[in-house]
Design a protein around this ligand. Structure first.
Ligand SMILES: C[S@@+](CC[C@H](N)C(=O)[O-])C[C@H]1O[C@@H](n2cnc3c(N)ncnc32)[C@H](O)[C@@H]1O
Length: 218
């Protein structure tokens, strides 16, 4: 598996630790936690977990966490912490075996834009969730973070002009809001909330936090 983040893993890890990424990670993580609610005792999958900062925060709140990512280098960094969190190498579009126990929740923070097939990803998330289980995904807001020189309706891969940023280095996939919401519904994930957090100094929300629930019986 070729993983774009392997090439920037150390830089990405350091950027998260220094808090220098555009994503205002701590704020976004806290919004993610609000959406997930009390995670104590829950069995959670951190889908596309990267270097594991969200996994660690969830574990610190009492959850049992399994992190999955396609980048071996980021997983190596995550495992360096030696905190007992289980990290599995795999593709969110076709997950490797994670065990028979269904998850109470699946989180996917700022990663759907990196994954070519979100319909497959939503289906996989729904498959590993228990009925009624919660799916929380944070995405670059598709209505306000539109690729330069392209229109909102023009879906596909783009690369930011800001070469030093994450999206300048690995690029991203732009999709319309409708594509995300339809994909959730078709996977049997019922949208419960769509939060547009106000980040300091921003007129529009740079991220969208979608919280859905696996429909009972699907
Ligand atoms: C912007 S990073 C976010 C990482 C982490 N969720 C966080 O909050 O820091 C995107 C992540 O998606 C992972 N990724 C990309 N494609 C993937 C795929 N098909 N399956 C699993 N992980 C993938 C990358 O390796 C990277 O760790």
């Amino acid at each position: 598996m070729i993983a774009a983040y392997d090439a920037i893993a150390e830089w990405y890890d350091q950027s998260i630790r220094k808090g220098t990424l555009l994503s205002a990670d701590d704020l976004i993580a806290s919004i993610c936690f609000e959406s997930v609610g009390n995670v104590e005792g829950q069995y959670l999958c951190d889908l596309a977990c990267g270097q594991g900062h969200l996994s660690r925060q969830l574990a610190a709140r009492g959850a049992e966490v399994v992190g999955v990512d396609i980048s071996q280098r980021l997983l190596e960094i995550a495992r360096r912490e030696g905190d007992g969190i289980r990290y599995v190498h795999g593709d969110a579009q076709a997950l490797p075996p994670l065990g028979d126990r269904p998850f109470d929740g699946v989180l996917c923070n700022l990663a759907l834009m990196d994954i070519p097939d979100i319909d497959a990803t939503f289906r996989e998330a729904a498959r590993i969730l228990c009925p009624g289980g919660s799916f929380v995904a944070t995405i670059i807001h598709p209505c306000f973070q539109i690729p330069q020189n392209r229109g909102y309706f023009d879906e596909g891969f783009w690369r930011s002009d800001y070469a030093q940023g994450v999206r300048g280095q690995v690029g991203a996939r732009h999709r319309t809001l409708g594509t995300y919401l339809t994909g959730l519904g078709q996977a049997g994930l019922l949208l419960e909330s769509a939060a547009e957090p106000r980040l300091p100094g921003r007129d529009v929300p740079p991220v969208l936090v979608l919280q859905a629930r696996r429909v009972l019986g699907t």
